[in-house]
Design a binder for this molecule. Structure first.
Ligand SMILES: *[C@@H]1O[C@H](CO)[C@@H](O)[C@H](O)[C@H]1NC(C)=O
Ligand SMILES: *[C@@H]1O[C@H](CO)[C@@H](O)[C@H](O)[C@H]1NC(C)=O
Ligand SMILES: *[C@@H]1O[C@H](CO)[C@@H](O)[C@H](O)[C@H]1NC(C)=O
Ligand SMILES: *[C@@H]1O[C@H](CO)[C@@H](O)[C@H](O)[C@H]1NC(C)=O
Ligand SMILES: *[C@@H]1O[C@H](CO)[C@@H](O)[C@H](O)[C@H]1NC(C)=O
Length: 406
């Protein structure tokens, strides 16, 4: 508590006449509030009394499964969790080296894929194919399950570009044309070959479902959505990422500070394609289970947002974006645009992983004129998944080693 500020206010308050006292009291209250804010210094300005407080009074929830889906802004969410785990000394279950930086995806998750020095975990957030039984055995019993979905048409376009060279189905398409693929998917798609999950109902697959159920089997989609809803307390939606984060913060009793982020793993504008009219509908029809899931959980997201109060949500989103602006200024000064393509990034620790040289992923480079302290702080917000995973594994191993020596 800023006791000096309080003292100053109290002693000077005595010297003033009664008329001025109320004014002074308000000033002092505001001053105490401001001084007790942390780095991001949330202001209460536009806040209704009936909106929830910005600093949680309950202990923060720390046991979390985040099912990381593909091409859904999940890297940004993972970065939020990585930073939270680091700040709070939590144990994050990480993949063992032979699994790469994911849990031997696309196999179903198994606890054998977890690095033994990262057990028992508080959190898990690297790519996996969801297996409820295996996770429930691994994680504490009060674990909260979260995932994220993205609008199927824009997601498919993103998958198609990103995984062109990884998916046999996409490789067969003449001239890499998305239109050609979607006009006759079964001509190129083989359900049982490697990496086929990037070409059909990817979200369903990641969630542990059957990507190849026919579109006519609507009951399957309905039953599957209900199953997912039973396990996951929050299904975030990429198109409403900030709003989803506000719900996340309330669900986990986190502060607004805990959800501040910079966007990661975003393609440069030049490698994005806009979809011709009619294409989104065809993509939804091909990925009908994903489309069903998306509509279902987008609807439930908005029910949850309404329950929190749309004006309160809007205000928190506004404060979140203000904090992001302050963070950007602190880390990058006034240099904008700050995101650049991976090949132009000088610091190796900051180069995002690229599936092929046909895709340009935007990343960040830090300016050279910032102090080491600021650099250390900012690095965490922009470090790509692969490098951050390695770093966390290293620091958890060091911690294990130290505690075993005591
Ligand atoms: C995390 O651990 C470090 C070093 O052991 C300690 O200084 C710090 O206070 C801990 N932080 C929390 C939030 O427990
Ligand atoms: C999921 O994990 C459980 C427990 O490890 C295992 O018995 C089961 O076979 C797994 N499911 C699949 C489909 O691999
Ligand atoms: C969860 O685990 C804790 C400790 O392992 C135990 O005390 C508690 O009863 C369990 N709660 C439930 C709901 O199973
Ligand atoms: C998500 O749901 C909201 C509320 O029903 C709706 O207004 C919005 O258009 C939906 N978004 C998408 C991308 O479908
Ligand atoms: C670093 O230098 C650039 C260009 O001269 C300037 O815009 C920026 O504000 C500086 N950043 C810091 C943190 O001083």
């Amino acid at each position: 508590m800023p006791s000096r500020v309080k003292m100053r206010c109290l002693t000077s308050a005595k010297r003033f006449r009664r008329k001025i006292f109320p004014v002074l009291l308000v000033f002092c209250a505001a001053s105490v509030l401001l001084h007790s804010q942390n780095y991001f210094s949330w202001t209460m300005e536009a806040f209704h009394l009936r909106c929830p407080t910005l600093h949680s009074l309950k202990p923060k929830h720390t046991n979390i499964v985040f099912l990381k889906t593909h091409k859904t802004a999940s890297s940004t969410m993972q970065n939020i969790l990585f930073r939270f785990a680091e700040r709070n000394n939590l144990t994050l279950a990480l993949p063992k080296p032979s699994c790469g930086y994911l849990f031997c995806y696309p196999q179903f998750f198994s606890s054998h894929f977890v690095h033994p020095d990262t057990l028992p975990p508080n959190m898990i957030s690297s790519h996996m194919r969801f297996n409820k039984t295996a996770l429930q055995r691994l994680m504490p019993n009060d674990t909260i399950y979260i995932t994220i979905l993205r609008e199927p048409a824009s997601m498919f376009e993103s998958l198609f570009t990103y995984f062109t060279v990884y998916s046999e189905a996409f490789k067969r398409v003449p001239k890499g044309s998305l239109e050609a693929f979607i006009a006759d998917p079964l001509r190129y798609y083989r359900p049982n070959e490697g990496n086929s999950m990037f070409a059909h109902n990817t979200l369903t697959f990641d969630l542990g479902g059957n990507k190849d159920r026919p579109a006519t089997d609507v009951t399957y989609a309905q039953t599957f959505a209900a199953e997912v809803e039973k396990v996951f307390s929050l299904v975030m939606i990429s198109e409403y990422f900030d709003e989803s984060l506000v719900l996340l913060r309330h669900l986990l009793s986190w502060d607004l500070d805990d959800i501040v982020y910079l966007k990661l793993n975003v393609r440069t504008e030049s490698s994005k394609k806009s979809l011709s009219p009619g294409l989104p509908g065809k993509i939804r029809a091909w990925n009908s289970i994903d489309a069903y899931l998306y509509d279902y959980f987008n609807a439930s997201l908005w029910v949850k947002l309404s329950a929190l109060g749309l004006d309160c949500v809007a205000k928190e989103v506004y404060l979140l974006r203000q904090a992001q602006e302050r963070l950007t200024k602190r880390c990058f000064g006034k240099q904008i645009p700050l995101s650049r393509s991976a090949s132009e990034i000088k610091n190796k620790d900051l180069r995002p992983w690229l599936p092929s040289n046909m895709v340009q992923i935007a990343g960040y480079d830090l300016p050279t004129n910032i102090t080491n302290e600021v650099k250390e702080f900012c690095l965490k917000y922009i470090m790509p998944e692969v490098q951050y995973t390695q770093k966390l594994l290293q620091s958890q191993l060091v911690k294990r080693h130290q505690s075993s020596q005591i």
